[in-house]
Design a protein around this ligand. Structure first.
Ligand code: ADP
Ligand code: MG
Length: 616
């Protein structure tokens, strides 16, 4: 297989025969899609019809699992062993979900409130990452069966508002399922791609993606320019979706036709719920619905249904208003409205959204599939099959420079939107230093030796000044093409130097993923190393100034005092050459405590001398 090289501008890699699939890992349903003859296509199960895999996992008494439709059937009969809505728990601590614990029919566990949630199934504990991996594994299997070959690479989508922990959890789930997640893509970005909105041949475009799923609502305002998607604003409600429409119907029937039905009977309750969802779906295409429940004939018309859900749909429109306000954009400035999620099939939803934005909707693709289809388009771009589409929205790895002791100082954090510019001021560490070497690195580790060196240059001609006095400004500018310019200048003298580098050139997504994984695995170690190096740096400065102090204040210090300072300096120097940061810190403390009163005395003496000087 060897290494693949990705050009950061085109996102293209050298071509091979391997497939990269696109996966929508949803709260309610998940699915997998791939590119066939230049068009994205969702992969069906064995029946050849259904593309959706319910995001539900059922455990039997031996901890054997089934995923999807089979698991969905157990939801009512065996709720404690049937896990759904795992996506809501990704990257969350128990604190984050404590107030919603009642929402889940299964057990959510914490060891301590800071740690990530686990789910208890009988006597075992599962993390959301493991459970998501089970769903991804099912999709992988499905894709392999349909395509007749191994599937090992995927693009996986997440909501635009997912934070770093949630994205990382999704990536980890992929790894666990044996999938190399080449990229995590925002769901609204994927949906826009599925509709071919990639600003090819357009000027800047503003897109509203309205996503109403089973249990969640998301509105995202995106801007695309030169192939770069930027999220301007997101809003929504994590507990509002099609399930609430079903619920509204159930409540309505219980208050009318089914007023005297026996609600203690689980089978009846279940059949009412199923009838409600059927009614909702049927009313998408017809004006009336009729069925029998518990020997009673019940019905619902589209206009009944509309009045039941009007308030809920109104809430989604309020979210749209908030998102526009956050993006500082008027509804009339939106160029495209993309409809996503099974619940956008409801005619009232379409009508109210169209009315609000005053524009036609992109709704001719299957709203359940559109995110996965877009992920497949992105996957195809990454596989190098579409040479001309530029698709970079964020920098995949942090960019920074080496500072004293080999520490990485990050100027542009990973996942920053590009273009991006950042600057910071540094100084020299040696008196009279004329040159400063600036080495640029890419990666997440605390020590530059573990990161990837992109280039280095020397800022020459710094006028001689005592250490710490020069003001050296280092500026990183990452442009839309992913090209990094580094500029360094000494502000007092006006000396300047500049270089240009291509950060990701020659680095594969595999390497990037590896670097990220290593940075997470080594985070604890790195933190300790960083603390040690910082303590050493500080100690070295103190040792230097103690030496200076002795040579400048010989006349006011007794021999014993000088000896004691030397002894403490010796002890500190020894600590600096060791590995124990606590010993360095305590030796520093000891030296400081001893010299502070001496420094005060020296200061008084020197001031006294200065005053005498003026009198004479
Ligand atoms: P998620 O993104 O949360 O995984 P989906 O986008 O798959 O969810 O949407 C699932 C929701 O779409 C369910 O509430 C389902 O009842 C609803 N839905 C599916 N088909 C229709 C239809 N024809 N009319 C109305 N609602 C539908
Ligand atoms: Mg969805």
């Amino acid at each position: 297989m060897g290494l693949v090289s990705i050009n950061i501008k085109t996102g293209s890699v050298d071509k091979s025969d391997e497939v990269v699939v696109g996966i929508d890992l949803g709260t309610t349903n998940s699915l997998v899609a791939f590119m066939e003859n230049g068009r994205p296509k969702a992969i069906t199960g064995e029946d050849g019809k259904h593309t959706l895999v319910p995001s539900i996992i059922h455990f039997d008494e031996h901890y054997g699992i089934v995923v999807g439709d089979q698991a969905r059937k157990k939801l009512v009969a065996d709720p404690t062993n049937t896990i759904y809505s795992v996506k809501r728990l990704m990257g969350k601590s128990y604190n984050d979900v404590a107030d919603r614990n009642g929402f889940f029919g299964y057990k959510i566990i914490d060891d301590d409130t800071e740690s990530l949630v686990k789910i208890r199934v009988q006597d075992r504990y599962y993390t959301p990452v493991e459970l998501s991996a089970a769903i991804l594994g099912e999709l992988k299997k499905r894709a392999e069966k349909a395509l007749g070959k191994k599937v090992e690479k995927a693009v996986v989508t997440v909501p635009a508002y997912f934070n770093d922990a949630q994205r990382q959890a999704t990536r980890d789930a992929g790894k666990l399922a044996g999938l190399d997640v080449l990229r995590i893509v925002n769901e609204p970005t994927a949906a826009s791609l599925a509709y071919g909105i990639d600003a090819e041949g357009y000027d800047k475009q503003v897109i509203a993606v309205y996503d109403l799923g089973g249990g969640t609502f998301d509105i995202s305002i995106l801007q695309i320019e030169d192939g770069i998607f930027e999220v301007l604003a997101t809003n929504g409600n994590t507990f509002l979706g099609g399930d609430d429409f079903d619920h509204a119907i159930v409540e309505h029937w219980l208050a009318t036709e089914l007023r005297d039905v026996d609600m203690a009977d689980a089978a009846t309750v279940q059949s009412i719920r199923i009838a409600a969802e059927n009614a909702k779906k049927q009313l998408t295409t017809s004006e009336t619905f009729e069925t029998d429940i518990a020997g009673r004939k019940i019905q619902l018309t589209r206009s009944n249904f509309n009045s039941l859900i009007a308030r809920l749909v109104g809430q989604t429109i309020d979210c749209c208003k908030n998102a526009l306000a956050d993006a500082k954009i008027g509804a009339d400035q939106i160029d495209h409205i993309v409809m996503v999620g099974g619940s956008t099939r409801v005619p009232l939803v379409k009508e109210l959204v169209r009315q609000f934005f005053g524009k036609d909707l992109h709704d001719n693709l299957d709203p359940d599939e559109v995110v996965a289809l877009g992920a497949a388009v992105q996957a195809d771009i990454l596989a190098g099959n579409q040479k001309d589409i530029l698709l970079i929205d964020v920098t995949p790895l942090s960019l920074g420079i080496e500072t004293v002791g080999g520490l990485m100082d990050v100027l542009i954090p990973r996942n920053s939107k590009i273009p991006f510019s950042a600057g910071r001021q540094y100084t020299t560490s040696v008196d009279g230093q004329k040159n400063l070497k600036i080495a640029v690195f890419q990666g997440e580790r605390d020590l530059v030796e573990h990161n990837r060196k992109l280039g280095e240059f020397v800022l020459k001609g710094i006028p001689p000044m005592p250490a710490g006095l020069p003001k050296i400004d280092i500026r990183f500018m990452l442009n839309a093409d992913g090209i990094l310019k580094v500029k360094a200048g000494e502000l007092r003298s006006g000396t300047e130097q500049e270089i240009e580098i291509k950060p990701s050139y020659g680095i594969s997504e595999d390497d990037m993923a590896l670097m990220l994984i290593q940075s997470i695995q080594n985070a604890q170690n790195d933190l300790q190393t960083r603390a040690l190096i910082e303590a050493r740096n500080e100690a070295n400065i103190i040792i230097l100034s103690a030496d200076k102090f002795i040579s400048q204040n010989g006349e006011i210090l007794s021999n014993e005092e000088i000896e004691q300072i030397r002894k403490l300096v010796g002890k500190l120097s020894e600590a600096v050459s060791g590995q124990d940061k606590d010993l360095i810190n305590s030796s520093m403390e000891e030296l400081n405590t001893y010299t502070t009163p001496l420094a005060h005395r020296a200061m008084d003496f020197n001031i006294g001398k200065a005053i005498k000087g003026t009198v004479v």
